[in-house]
Design a protein around this ligand. Structure first.
Ligand code: NIG
Ligand code: FE
Length: 433
């Protein structure tokens, strides 16, 4: 890397990336489905210019030098592959405490549902998150954001849902707001008091639903702390009628709708997501044919979470049936301490291919533009095209196939976020904004 002439006031306003063997990217500003889900443009012999946070040029070096003055900074990709920064459209980032004891029990054969029924599961993380201070939760969240960034994620969704009362849900979402101010990874916050019925409301789940709708949601909306809302629709958690009630006010607050659907049982969650006009439905391991058809007709994005299948030693979502039915598939980590403890979208892409049967190209589309579409951002991020935000990852690999083919190591070399180098040679650097 060589820094040349610094820009106005010393700020780096233009960055030229040279020496890439391949730039691989989906194209367009919306979710890709069917055959288009597997279409990656492969560009060779191109340089990339980032300017004022956007991609300003993709083409030959000669053409670049004819049209532009020298960039403030030049990065040599040294034969690597450039992909769009990953977008992680489903995480539970602001949590406290860990559940390795439960993990041990699962390794010994107990199921996630059995552990939850015996008083473990989500409620144990709720207790730890309620006990954590704002600063403790912020520190834990910032560390996770660092791990995401170092594995190539430049935008992440993050949910509340381990507070489950007004003040603790607000605490989680305020942590996300503060983390977004301090960290280069862009955070898209989702309100999820509909994650579980907390212990103090166990005797009256409908009463809890009423409390969420009348007290927690308005408090979140009053501080503009969320862009979307999510509910865990599952046997023993929230029934479809309760989920419907929890999502009925989304329009009033201007929130996008997301749903945890058909994860452990088929409750017709996919059809519910379609009926409510959800942006995405996650999990879908047990989705029926009718449910899949409803997602396709309504244009709901399926957020597949192969980390959960792997971590819980469960089946994988029916990815091939989803793609064949024309449902756009996105991938996410679901980063949480119970069912998928990872921040790495690279690991998720690998599991999606080797576990769920996606091609590398389909998985890359799922982890970039389709994930961006699930968060209403495909017009701005998720592809490498002129005019899009300059969120890029340079991998130490000769082709995008190596993302999966060369598994188990971190091939992320450099990360560019909004035109700034934020990871160089695998290490975080502070930006010169
Ligand atoms: O997405 N399914 C519900 N919620 C999380 C698990 C959360 C937890 O176990 O703490 C999920 O898998
Ligand atoms: Fe989840």
């Amino acid at each position: 890397m060589a820094a040349t002439d610094a820009g106005r006031n010393g700020a780096i306003v233009s960055l030229l990336i040279i020496g890439a063997r391949v730039v691989a990217t989906p194209r367009g500003s919306g979710a890709l489905s069917g055959a288009a889900q597997g279409a990656l443009a492969i560009l060779e012999d191109v340089v990339l210019r980032c300017e004022q946070g956007l991609i300003a040029f993709i083409g030959t070096r000669t053409e670049h030098d004819r049209r532009f003055s020298p960039a403030d900074e030049v990065l040599d990709a040294e034969g690597g592959t450039v992909l769009p920064g990953f977008v992680d459209p489903h995480t539970h980032l602001p949590f406290a405490g860990y559940r390795e004891d439960e993990f041990d029990r699962r390794l010994a054969g107990e199921s996630y549902a059995q552990i939850a029924a015996s008083g473990g599961g989500i409620v144990s993380t709720v207790a730890a998150t309620r006990n954590a201070t704002f600063e403790e939760l912020l520190e834990a969240t910032l560390k996770r954001l660092d791990r995401q960034l170092l594995s190539g994620t430049t935008t992440t969704e993050a949910k509340s849902g381990y507070g489950l009362d007004r003040d603790n849900e607000l605490k989680q979402l305020r942590v996300l707001r503060e983390a977004g101010r301090r960290h280069p990874v862009e955070i898209v916050a989702t309100a999820m008091p509909g994650h579980e019925v907390p212990p103090e409301w166990r005797h009256d789940p409908d009463g809890y639903v009423g409390y969420v709708v009348s007290e927690i949601y308005p408090a979140i909306a009053a501080e503009s702390l969320a862009e979307g809302v999510d509910v865990f629709c599952e046997k023993g958690v929230f029934s479809p009628p309760q989920a419907r009630r929890l999502l009925a006010d989304a329009g009033r607050f201007g929130w996008r709708i997301h749903l945890h659907a058909d994860e452990l049982t088929d409750l017709a969650g996919a059809a519910l997501a379609a009926e409510l006009g959800a942006a995405s439905a996650s999990h879908l391991l047990h989705a029926s044919e009718q449910g899949i058809g409803a997602l396709a007709s309504a244009g709901v994005i399926a957020v597949v979470l192969p980390g959960v299948s792997f971590f819980l030693r469960d089946r994988f979502a029916p990815v091939r049936r989803l793609i064949d039915a024309g449902v756009p598939v996105a991938l996410a980590t679901d980063c949480n301490p119970g069912s998928s403890h990872t921040e790495s979208m690279v690991q998720i892409v690998i599991l999606a291919c080797l576990g769920a049967g996606m091609s590398t190209e389909e998985a890359v589309v799922a982890a970039t533009v389709n994930a961006a579409a699930a968060l209403g951002r495909a017009d701005r991020i998720g592809t490498i095209e002129v005019g899009k935000q300059a969120d890029l990852v340079i991998f130490d690999m000769p082709s995008p196939k190596h993302l999966v083919y060369h598994f188990g190591v971190n091939l992320v070399r450099h990360v560019v976020k909004t035109g700034h180098l934020v990871v160089v040679d695998g290490k975080r650097v502070t930006t010169s904004e």
